[in-house]
Ligand binder design. Structure first.
Ligand code: ADP
Ligand code: 5GP
Length: 191
């Protein structure tokens, strides 16, 4: 009997640690894990690689793909567009893979609605708003104006996080990564 695939959605307010935690989970050595690379219209950040961190698209390219039904879900976040490509998701689920997705809360809830038991929603909680600001500044990839824009979404992300199946505090990165791995493992062995 084939093993069922799982979509693991990781959400958090900007600077909450999604990217870092996902990288650590992927590096944990489980080769059944794979990462869903989103499409986006935002500019490439220093250190990011096209086709690895995101598929960076023009607004025209993004809209064309959206109209052709190539996305599982899409959202506007902080003035940019983001979306999950459909073809790889379908393939990985059929192969029984555990797919990690870095999505905003609306995208996560959309995926849950569509994929039901095949989706697991995990929210990474920052210890405080102060720690978020500190981490975002420390990342040095956004201007102050961009940071301010990101912070305006914190209340929406936090309030919708109550609809997530798990909420994990990201204080210590090692502990957070272990917790996420444990939740995925328990979920995969539930039936
Ligand atoms: P997101 O992808 O949610 O926007 P990142 O993973 O880019 O967030 O994390 C934002 C910044 O905070 C990065 O510089 C990262 O190294 C740092 N960071 C993440 N988690 C922790 C933590 N538990 N303790 C200290 N710094 C952290
Ligand atoms: P960033 O620009 O910091 O990489 O991401 C900004 C926000 O967009 C984050 O909340 C991230 O989770 C979200 N995001 C990234 N890719 C997608 C996607 O494909 N769909 C949705 N809905 N949100 C995404």
């Amino acid at each position: 009997m084939g093993r069922k695939g799982l979509l693991v959605v990781i959400s958090a307010p900007s600077g909450g640690g999604k990217t870092t935690v996902i990288r650590r989970v992927l590096a944990s050595g489980n080769d059944n894990f794979t990462y869903s690379i989103s499409a986006t219209t935002r500019r490439l950040r220093a250190g990011e690689v096209d086709g690895q961190d995101y598929h960076f698209l023009s607004l025209e390219e993004f809209n064309h793909k959206k109209e052709k039904g190539e996305f599982v879900e899409w959202a506007e976040v902080h003035g940019n567009y983001y979306a999950t490509p459909r073809t790889p998701i379908q393939k990985w689920l059929n192969e029984g893979r555990t797919v990690l997705l870095d999505l905003d809360v609306n995208g996560g809830l959309e995926v849950k609605k569509d994929f039901k038991d095949s989706a697991l929603l995990i929210f990474i909680k920052p210890p405080s708003v102060e720690s978020l600001v500190h981490r975002l500044k420390g990342r040095k990839t956004e201007t102050q104006a961009e940071i301010d824009k990101r912070l305006t979404r914190v209340p929406e992300e936090m309030s919708k996080s109550h609809q997530y199946q798990y909420r994990i505090l990201n204080e210590d990165l090692d502990i957070t990564t272990t917790e996420v791995l444990k939740v995925i493992k328990n979920h995969n062995h539930r039936d």
